[in-house]
Design a protein around this ligand. Sequence first.
Ligand code: CUA
Length: 225
Amino acid sequence: MSTWANLGLQDSASPLMEQLIFFHDHALLILVMITVLVGYLMFMLFFNNYVNRFLLHGQLIEMIWTILPAIILLFIAFPSLRLLYLLDEINEPSVTLKSIGHQWYWSYEYSDFNNIEFDSYMIPTNELSTDGFRLLDVENRIVLPMNSQIRILVTAADVIHSWTIPALGVKVDGTPGRLNQTNFFMNRPGLFYGQCSEICGANHSFMPIVIESVPTNYFIKWISN
Ligand code: CUA
């Protein structure tokens, strides 16, 4: 989860998020290089008084400053496209979790396991225990096994919600009448927090998501109650 003064991305907990962070850094590096170059050129142009009295056309420089940015854009476009397809790839999931957005809580169904279903409400601040995270903890957490492919099916019962977990690189809209799919792979144990990210009404900020990433034998123990 994000803690004090963390302005960047959260530490990744899945290979896809790792790739997303790599892409972010790559794009940011190109952005900084362009900003520095253009900033320097503008600065130097502003503070000198040379005039080219014979300037009528400059086809070579126009060729260069048309084609060069296009090539630079390709260096962003291709990794971006690769990531897009990677995020959409479903690789034989071993567990499927269905999450349904409601105003304003999530409910979950483990359709593989005797259709276990439960609601997951945020814990209000006045009922929070001392080790809980304010506005982020829920009464019933999702428990999922680490080191296995997990499929998430997202939908909603009333308005559009969005099932978003930053550490896993997952963000899927839950839309009434539709069933959206995504998948992830958690490569470490821990608690992963997320929040709804579609403006879904008055209590939009108060329908968080918590995943307990546990070893597989723990998960089997939990699922068989
Ligand atoms: Cu549900 Cu915002």
